[in-house]
Design a protein around this ligand. Structure first.
Ligand code: PLP
Length: 451
């Protein structure tokens, strides 16, 4: 293990992180933190999704009917809704109670962003929103009717779009969401992929007509390359995963929807029945946007816990040290490499930690084996197949210690963030590997810190 910088070696939480041990840090202070002044970004993003719903319904026929579970929460929805279901997971809860030898107080729920329409991951929220916002701006520049969704299928719009390019750097899923949607709107699109990106994601994007540029370096390098290529180019929009308010706004809409979904199944979230949400975290944009929305919607009745692989706890480190994007996991001797490719990020967002940091109630880092085993547990208990990144939060309700979650009743919501696009053979391999690890999902135990 590399020596820690002197000023960090006195922090036992950082020492635990640097050792690679599973670590949970629950913060007792942030509940009263003020919401950042981001105006009405959540509401305007929600309105934008509504405006584009008819376009989605005609462009992607699989979205034209609203699934029954969603129709109950959104009776007015007429198709083209990019939303996932909410489900209780009693079988997974019983199995994890057994595996950890302790009974969770409260009830386990799953948010199924693994099966969001069109791009099969949480990136369908933020990524789609930024592409739609850009499409709207381009249409406005050319005097088209931005509020009529038919505009975006018109020959006139498509001719204009063909002269505009969208560029993004990605470990995979953001590239998929941006690439697929941009190409469908008629934009030229370039996706810069890091070494962690899975081969099938590149192939799928190329099949959609997307330019895929492969990099041998990590996510930050792919983002830098994308940014540099976009800087000098005319009519080019760079989607900046390190710093984007538009992505953030798209993610936040999940909270408005979630409130209605809980209401539709008769669950009231309040201080007597609090909600704890476990969010897999990469650069922080997805969980950051969702957290902002949830705190707007549920106030102090919600606690959001960010969960990262123990070799890539970028947000955890950034917030704990207060250095945010000025520190990388490499600085404490961690590799940043992980089987959870969607979470393979060494340095956090420039934007999320400083603005949303105070709203985050806790952080957890778990080893890859625990993440992989989660795929097995979900397969065997709930018949759900997801990609490894998606399961990062699954065991955290059991890894919070008596002081925190276990003494609290309420609703534990594990956010499943990706999986529907994974090809069958890769999916079967994840499941096989996960099933073989299920018995070890509880070990090693987490070091738990409360402050
Ligand atoms: C991107 C991603 C996340 C985390 O989102 P960030 O914005 O990178 O923090 C979680 N799970 C999956 C499957 C992802 O693709």
């Amino acid at each position: 293990m590399t020596a820690l910088p002197d000023d960090l070696s006195t922090d036992e939480i950082i020492r635990s992180l640097a050792s690679g041990r599973p670590t949970t840090w629950l913060r007792s202070t942030p509940t009263e933190a003020a919401l950042p002044d981001l105006g009405a970004v959540m509401d305007s993003a929600a309105a934008r999704f509504d405006c584009f719903a008819p376009w989605f319904a005609t462009t992607f026929p699989e979205t034209s009917t609203v699934p029954a579970e969603l129709a109950e929460a959104f009776p007015e929805a007429g198709g083209g809704m990019i939303e996932s279901t909410l489900m209780p997971a009693p079988a997974a809860q019983r199995r994890l109670d057994d595996l950890f030898g302790s009974d969770l107080v409260g009830r386990l729920w799953l948010k199924r962003d693994d099966s969001l329409p069109v791009s099969g991951s949480i990136k369908a929220r933020g990524g789609f929103h930024e592409v739609l916002e850009f499409a709207e701006a381009v249409a406005a520049d050319h005097g088209l009717d931005v509020l009529d969704s038919a505009t975006y299928s018109s020959v006139q719009f498509r001719e204009i779009a063909a002269n505009h390019r969208i560029v993004v750097g990605s470990t995979g899923n953001l590239g998929l969401s941006i690439g697929i949607l941009s190409a469908r709107l008629g934009f030229a699109v370039s996706v810069h992929m890091s070494a962690d990106a899975r081969e099938w994601k590149k192939t799928m994007l190329r099949d959609h007509g997307v330019d895929v540029i492969e990099h041998v370096g990590d996510f930050v390098e792919a983002v830098e390359a994308g940014r540099a290529s976009a800087e000098t180019a005319a009519n080019t929009h760079f989607v900046d995963d390190e710093d984007s308010v538009s992505l953030f706004a798209g993610y936040s809409v999940a909270a408005l929807r979630l409130k209605r979904q809980f209401a539709a199944v008769g669950v009231t979230i309040d201080d007597r029945n609090p909600l704890t949400v476990y969010l897999p975290c990469g650069i922080g944009g997805g969980p950051g946007g969702v957290t902002f929305g949830l705190r707007r919607v549920f106030g102090t009745a919600v606690r959001c816990i960010f969960v990262e692989p123990s070799r890539a706890p970028a947000m955890f480190l950034g917030v704990r040290t207060g250095r945010h994007s000025d520190i990388s996991v490499h600085d404490i001797g961690l590799s940043g490499a992980t089987a959870a490719d969607g979470l393979a990020v060494a340095r956090p967002s420039r934007f999320i930690g400083p603005t949303i940091g105070p709203l985050i109630s806790g952080f957890a880092a778990v080893p890859d084996e625990v993440i992989r085993a989660g795929v097995g547990v979900l397969h065997e208990t709930e018949g759900i197949d997801v990609e490894p990144s998606a399961t990062a939060g699954l065991t955290i309700p059991w890894r919070m210690g008596d002081a925190a979650a276990q003494s609290q009743t309420g609703v534990h919501l594990v956010w499943l963030t990706g999986g529907a696009m994974v090809p069958d053979d890769e999916c079967a391999a994840y499941v096989d590997e996960g099933l073989g690890l299920v018995d070890r999902i509880g070990s090693p135990a987490s070091a738990i810190f409360v402050d």
